[in-house]
Each structure stands twice: as structure tokens, then as C-alpha cells.
Ligand binder design. Structure first.
Ligand code: ADP
Length: 394
């Protein structure tokens, strides 16, 4: 027998294909209802096994179209679905003219048994010319089923969203508590090592003093790491409501916080005229501090120059932070925004690899995008957008 399998999932089609072939049938495959009708027009088909939810034309509609045509009115049709499984769906399947209704995944035996039964039914009543159901009635039932399905999916989505939000909050809380609690023993280690250094430096030999120095350095690095992990975990939890915010003031705050680094590096930080945006001011300061701070840190032989500019674009502001530093090879442009992703080792350029991941979260929370344009050795331009009237996030 020639059996037409209609399903938009290739793995489902393959599974059924193999099963039918093992039973000596010939299987044809269609991706959706439209493709199925095309195959029916040119091939001889003895029965159809069809999924319901498919793009272009779903299984109910396909069955209805088949039953409307004189040529296929008696073609055995089995609906095989994992989505439409309520008794209403079953009634609708029979209304549009399906012979059988199977819920996915059914055991192989059940599929073959259903196939045998519909074929026998056809043999017993070769001209099964059941009057085609009235079009408007079918359409009404059909749209009811679709609306119902949509509502069901929406409810499932809302439920999944809530669960995701809860686990996200729990995770953030966990990261916060873990990092917070790590600070106390670290402070103790730091204190004792410093005591060792100040009280026993004369007694200990060069090697011991070097080890103490390295321990102090590692403890300091860990302090910074914990501080940055805490900052990352607080992007959502420590957020404040969005408000009209002068970006010039944001820039000035960030520059003030970077005062020592600017002086140390002999840097020059400049900006265009900057607009007022709607956003979370402390987070925007953090964003600018990280971007300008990186521009200062990753400088080459020239003293660092960082310039902040802005352009209006449609319904968003498009900001750029340009530096004259060491640049970033294009293959790293995406990955540098991932947490703990660093292209340089601590000795040369200290850091934790968290700054840009915080920037990305802040920008995303404001409904914008962030990316970099750069080439190794030719400076970098970090671009980010902020929608002009960003509503408070849900
Ligand atoms: P950190 O600076 O602590 O390493 P970031 O997340 O801020 O972490 O940056 C990730 C990596 O991206 C850095 O290690 C660095 O290699 C690269 N990078 C970031 N900003 C710049 C820049 N302005 N110029 C060159 N490289 C940069």
C-alpha cells in the first residue's frame, strides 16, 4: 500500500516511514497540508496519516479539503497528533471526516492496527460517500479549537515564565549569598597574611616574603572577583525604576569614579553633547564606567583617548565609546561579552572578565543592544542603543 505521511517534523516522518516500510508498505512524505495535496494530485495514495499542527495548512484543514473533493472522499485518513488531544479535538477530527484519531506517540502496533481497520472499513464500504460536513459549521468548530489551543499554550507559557523567573531569582540570591559569605573568610586571610608580612618580614627569608606577596596579590584579586560577581548578580535585583536621566551627568559620574585611573594613565576622556534618556541611572553609570575604564586600561603605546558620542536613530539613541587602544580581533567580538571571558592575562592587564557581561545585561534591561567594532591594533568602538522611551521592565 502507498501511505502518505504528513508531518512538519522530519524525525516524526522518518520514524513512521521506517515502521511502515518494515510492514511492506511504501511511504510518501509531505511537510504540511499543501505539500500533501500536491502529492495526492500526482501519486496514487491508499491512506493518509497526518499530524495536526503544521505550517501553511494543518491536518484538520487538509482532511476537510480531501473530503470536499470527489476523488478523495473515501480516502482513509488517520489523524496522528500530540497537541490536539482533548475530546473536543477528537470530535472536530471526526467532523472534518477523519476515520481515526491517534495520540502521539502511539505504539507501532496501534498505528498499524488503525491502518488495517480504516482499510477494512473502506473495503466494506467502497463508496463511503458520507455527506461532506457543512463548511461554516466546520470552520466555526475549527476556529474554536484553534482559539482554545492558543489559550492553553498561553497559559502554559505564562506558567513556564513564572517558573523561570522564580528559579532566576533563586539563582541570583544564591550567587549573592555565596559571594557575600565568601568575603568574611577572605578578609580574615587577608588580615593574617598582612600581619605576617608586617611582623615577620625581617625574620623570613626572601623566598617566604615572595610567597607572602603572591598570597596578598591573590587575595586582592579574589576580592575584586567577588565584588564583580556581586555586581553581576545585582543587575536585576538592585535595579531602580526608570526615570528621565541626563546622560551628561551619567558620563560625569563615571569619569569622576575613574579619576585615579585617568590620572595614572594620563588619559583624556571627552564627549559630544549628550541627551536625556529614560533609564536606571546607577546602572547607566556602571555601564559607562566599565566601557570608559576598558578604554583606559587596554591602551597601547599612546596615552589613552576615549570619546563618547551619540546619534539619534529612529526611536532609539545610538551611543559609541571610541578608544585608541590595542583593539580586538574580529573573531573575539561576540565572546568578549560572555562572563569570565578574557583575552589578556592578569599581569599585563588586570581584570576579571565580568565588566562587559554586566554592560550587556544593563543594555538589554534597557531594551537595547551592544556590540563592538574593532581590529587588533586599531582601537575599538563599543556601540550600544537605548530606546528613546524605555518603559520600566516587567
Ligand atoms: P576585564 O576587563 O575585567 O577582563 P571585560 O568583560 O570588561 O573584562 O572585558 C573582556 C575582555 O574584552 C577583556 O579581557 C579584553 O581582552 C577585551 N576588551 C574589553 N574592552 C576592550 C577595549 N576597549 N580594548 C581592547 N580589548 C578590550
Amino acid at each position: 500500500m502507498n501511505i502518505l505521511i504528513v508531518d512538519d517534523l522530519a524525525t516524526n516522518r522518518k520514524l513512521l516511514h521506517v515502521t511502515l516500510e518494515a510492514e511492506g508498505h511504501l511511504a510518501l512524505e509531505a511537510n504540511d497540508g499543501v505539500e500533501a495535496l500536491e502529492i495526492l494530485a500526482r501519486e496514487t495514495v491508499d491512506a493518509v496519516i497526518s499530524d495536526v499542527l503544521m505550517p501553511n495548512m494543518d491536518g484538520f484543514r487538509l482532511c476537510h479539503e480531501i473530503r470536499k473533493s470527489e476523488r478523495f472522499q473515501a480516502l482513509p485518513f488517520i489523524i496522528y497528533t500530540s497537541t490536539y488531544t482533548s475530546s473536543d479535538d477528537m470530535t472536530l477530527a471526526l467532523t472534518v471526516g477523519a476515520d481515526r484519531y491517534l495520540t502521539k506517540p502511539a505504539p507501532t502496533g496501534a498505528v498499524l492496527q488503525a491502518l488495517r481497520e480504516v482499510m477494512e472499513k473502506k473495503a466494506a464500504r467502497p463508496v463511503a460517500l458520507a455527506p461532506a460536513a457543512e463548511e461554516s459549521y466546520v470552520l466555526q468548530r475549527y476556529s474554536q479549537a484553534l482559539v482554545h489551543k492558543l489559550e492553553e499554550k498561553n497559559a502554559q507559557l505564562a506558567h513556564a515564565n513564572r517558573a523561570l523567573q522564580n528559579s532566576n531569582e533563586e539563582l541570583q540570591q544564591f550567587v549573592y549569598i555565596a559571594s557575600h559569605d565568601l568575603q568574611t573568610p577572605l578578609r580574615n586571610i587577608s588580615g593574617f597574611v598582612q600581619l605576617l608580612q608586617s611582623n615577620y618580614a625581617q625574620v623570613l627569608d626572601e623566598q617566604a616574603n615572595d610567597w607572602i606577596r603572591r598570597t596578598v596579590q591573590s587575595v586582592e584579586l579574589m576580592h575584586i572577583l567577588i565584588r564583580d560577581v556581586l555586581a553581576f548578580s545585582q543587575v536585576d535585583s538592585q535595579s531602580v525604576p526608570f526615570q528621565p536621566t541626563s546622560f551628561r551627568e551619567v558620563f560625569d559620574d563615571a569619569v569622576a569614579r575613574l579619576g585615579a585611573s585617568i590620572r595614572d594613565a594620563g588619559g583624556q576622556i571627552t564627549c559630544d553633547e549628550l541627551p536625556t534618556v529614560t533609564g536606571d541611572r546607577p546602572q547607566l553609570v556602571q555601564l559607562m564606567e566599565n566601557l570608559i575604564g576598558n578604554g583606559l586600561k587596554y591602551h597601547g603605546s599612546e596615552p589613552p583617548r576615549v570619546h563618547v558620542s551619540v546619534e539619534p536613530g529612529g526611536n532609539e539613541w545610538s551611543f559609541s565609546v571610541r578608544d585608541n587602544g590595542i583593539g580586538i580581533a574580529p573573531k573575539h567580538h561576540e565572546r568578549i561579552f560572555e562572563i569570565f571571558r578574557r583575552l589578556h592575562q592578569g599581569q599585563e592587564y588586570p581584570g576579571t572578565g565580568i565588566g562587559l557581561s554586566i554592560c550587556r545585561r544593563v543594555v538589554q534591561r534597557h531594551g537595547g543592544r551592544i556590540w563592538v567594532e574593532s581590529e587588533a591594533g586599531r582601537g575599538s568602538v563599543f556601540h550600544f542603543t537605548i530606546p528613546e522611551r524605555t518603559m520600566n521592565p516587567p
